[in-house]
Design a protein around this ligand. Structure first.
Ligand code: ZN
Ligand code: ZN
Length: 259
């Protein structure tokens, strides 16, 4: 059985739990060690049971808890070489540092992880497809646009956590400085609700059944708006069979189990 649980999602911190049989991993640890611990306790897990943490990129909302988690629990942390170089200021003991190469599958216990490159303003940003017990999960946040290659990689995921970061109109009217608005909207920024909805429409017609919208901006989006934008696009295209939800920002989501 493979389990998936979103612990935190959004520009304020990201952390996702995935397990298969006796293997438990986290994707990103963008909140404090204490917050990760508390969230895991809610699903009857503990950092002591975590076999590995996989880092998507160096931004603080994906790495905030790493130093303390490693200090206290010595959990192996996987990141690409370039991302580790960018994280040089983090004091992570060398024994905890593990490496992956984007576009090359690697194994952690009962799980296989395929990291694939995504366009974002980090040194080597990656999304992940995770395989276990014949199922496929994909976690893809922090990207400025979606290429055909990325879209193809996300097809046939049993669960897809996809970024739906901002609403264009809300961003336009927000108090963010102009340069930041440009960064978010740029090719290496984040996905808008509109772009996410078009991708999801394609994916729900290509083997994806359960979609979770994640990494919502606190200032430039609303969960109901992101949900409704995607729902409208699916209905407009007569896509009927899907399960759609929005990841909680600061609260543990339900544990999804795939058998
Ligand atoms: Zn992020
Ligand atoms: Zn980022």
């Amino acid at each position: 059985m493979i389990k998936f649980c979103n612990l935190y999602s959004g520009s304020t911190g990201n952390c996702t739990f995935v397990s298969c049989n006796n293997t438990n991993i986290l994707i990103d640890a963008g909140v404090s060690c204490l917050k990760v611990s508390k969230a895991l306790a809610e699903i009857n897990m503990s950092l002591e049971n975590i076999d590995a943490i996989i880092i998507s990129h160096e931004h603080i909302d994906h790495t905030k808890g790493i130093t303390n988690i490693c200090k206290k629990y010595s959990i192996p942390v996987y990141a690409s070489i370039k991302t580790w170089n960018a994280l040089e200021s983090l004091s992570v003991q060398s024994g905890c540092r593990e490496f992956f190469t984007p576009e090359e599958e690697f194994t952690i216990g009962d799980l296989k992880v395929f990291p694939f490159s995504i366009p974002h303003d980090a040194v080597d940003p990656c999304a992940f497809s995770i395989y276990g017990d014949g199922k496929k999960l994909t976690i893809a946040t922090d990207m400025g646009h979606i290429t055909d290659k990325i879209l193809a990689q996300m097809e046939n995921s049993d669960i897809l956590l996809l970024e739906s970061n901002y609403d264009k109109e809300t961003l336009k009217c927000s108090s963010y400085p102009f340069f930041l608005k440009q960064r978010i909207e740029g090719n290496l920024g984040h996905l808008s609700n509109e772009v996410a909805s078009k991708a999801i429409c394609h994916l729900c017609q290509n083997g994806v059944s359960h979609v979770i919208l994640g990494h919502l901006s606190k200032e430039n989006n609303f969960p109901e708006l992101a949900y409704q934008t995607v729902l409208n696009e699916l209905q407009l295209n007569h896509v009927n069979s899907y399960d759609l939800s929005v990841a909680n920002r600061d609260k543990v989501d339900e544990v999804l189990e795939l058998v």
